[in-house]
Design a protein around this ligand. Structure first.
Ligand code: ADP
Ligand code: ASP
Ligand code: MG
Length: 423
């Protein structure tokens, strides 16, 4: 008898009919003798709807006081879901009880709209499990030390589920979603994308951090830190599918590398449209210049991603970096008001219509020429590369946003990801 955590995303919880289906599936697992904890998301579209209402009243939530209220509002979507799922389970004759984040409690820091889980009290949940109940816990939310409701960032129910699984030392965390696993790239962009039977934890971490929204990055970090066995699978199979078959389906995140070493050089392609590029032109090229540009940016709590500095001419150079699009205007203003006067730079320019496309694979460690193959594929399509960044297991390029889909498809083909058996 195992302790299993199931997580159901928004589409999987999208209607009362789907919730009934989830209840039947969970009841099947419970009747097979497993202790079940379920972490659902809000019904699809609900979080957007709730945040949209807030936006109608105040277009930009820039202060902590406003962000506190956003969390208050957004967290209600999950509260509705857990209640509905508990009712559906009870209607199936399965004892079930629902809890919000603060009832468990799931303790987080106070960073509204992107809080981090600090600890989870497992007492109440364990008592219910011992009493034979299915325990349903809201995804996406927690409570800070002052009793304020917090949320974990968009897509955060994945993280709630894995954190709950870690706290309970669950045997497995199953992430049920609207695709049947992790694919070589988003199957909505490349229909030829293939499902991976397994993906290494490191690759999954890169894919998530580089934009694959199938799993929130923090959920993968949690899984790695606490070695939570984790699988991504479909909630759209018939609920009464054979349980052993279901338990083997989807994509398993693996922590052992050895078996993957001989496999494809590139395992997947990720992309993201969330960034913007900012350039500071005509910066004096002297020691400390990068710090005098990026120091104030870091102090303003703005994350910087890709950075390049050009070769200098006549003692001046150009310096470019990317930030999240939401931080674009703030960064430009900061550079114009503080950095340009302090450094004597000539001009600030920016571009919000960029995207970052990345190839990911632990096989890149042991192969040369992977990046140049990437650059050739892009050049064959006439796509100009604006910025490049690499690590041991990934290469990312920043390109014009309008070429994103073309680039992803070209790279998918260039690395033979549409060929052969899934890894
Ligand atoms: P949920 O609501 O279940 O959390 P999400 O929409 O957050 O679902 O994540 C699932 C979606 O992630 C899929 O519908 C798919 O379009 C997208 N996706 C992006 N990259 C990948 C990938 N590499 N493999 C599978 N799905 C991906
Ligand atoms: N409901 C939240 C969102 O839409 C959390 C989640 O679905 O994971 O972002
Ligand atoms: Mg999600």
């Amino acid at each position: 008898m195992a302790l299993i955590v199931h997580k159901y995303g928004g589409t999987s919880m999208g209607s009362t009919e789907r919730i009934r289906n989830v209840a039947k599936r969970v009841a099947k697992w419970a009747r097979a003798g497993h202790r079940m904890v379920v972490v659902p998301s809000a019904m699809s579209g609900e979080t957007n709807r709730l945040l949209g209402l807030a936006k109608e009243l105040s277009p930009a939530a820039t202060t902590p006081e406003l962000q506190r209220e956003l969390d208050m509002i957004a967290s209600t979507g999950e509260q509705v879901s857990v209640g509905l799922l508990a009712i559906a389970l009870q209607a199936e004759g399965m004892p079930a009880v629902s809890y919000t984040g603060w009832q468990v409690p799931i303790a987080t820091d106070s960073a509204y709209t992107k809080a981090r889980i600090q600890s989870i009290d497992d007492q109440r949940v364990r008592a219910d499990l011992t009493a034979g109940k299915v325990v349903i816990i809201t995804g996406f939310q927690g409570i800070d030390e002052h009793g304020n409701i917090t949320t974990l960032g968009r897509g955060g129910s994945d993280t709630s589920a894995v954190a709950v699984a870690a706290a309970l030392k669950a045997d497995e965390c199953l992430i049920y979603t609207d695709v049947d696993g992790v694919y070589t790239t988003d199957p909505r962009i490349v229909p030829e994308a293939r499902r991976l039977h397994t993906i290494s934890f490191e690759e999954m971490l890169e894919m998530a951090s580089l934009g694959s929204k199938v799993l929130q990055i923090r959920s993968v970090e949690f899984a790695g830190k606490y070695r939570v066995p984790m699988r991504v699978l479909s909630s759209f199979t018939p609920w009464d599918i054979d349980i052993a078959e279901e338990a083997r389906s989807g994509t398993l995140i693996t922590f052992e590398e050895d078996e993957k070493m001989e496999q494809a050089v590139v395992s997947g392609i990720a992309f993201n449209r969330d960034e913007a590029k900012i350039s500071l032109l005509g910066v004096p090229d002297r020691p400390g210049i990068a710090f005098s540009i990026l120091g104030p940016v870091a102090e303003a709590n703005i994350d910087v991603d890709v950075i390049i500095q050009n070769v200098s001419h006549d003692g001046r150079t150009d310096f470019s970096f990317t930030v999240h699009r939401n931080d674009y205007q703030r960064t430009v203003d900061l550079l114009k008001n503080a950095v340009v006067p302090a450094t004597g730079a000539a001009q600030v320019t920016g571009d919000t219509k960029i995207c970052k496309v990345s190839i990911v694979g632990i096989g890149m460690r042991s192969h040369v020429g992977v990046a140049s193959r990437m650059f050739k594929a892009l050049s064959d399509e006439g796509i100009n590369i604006q910025m490049i960044t690499t690590s041991e297991i990934k290469t990312s390029v920043v390109i014009d946003e309008k070429y994103m889909e073309l680039a992803v498809r070209a790279l998918h083909k260039a690395f033979d990801l549409d060929q052969g058996a899934a890894a």
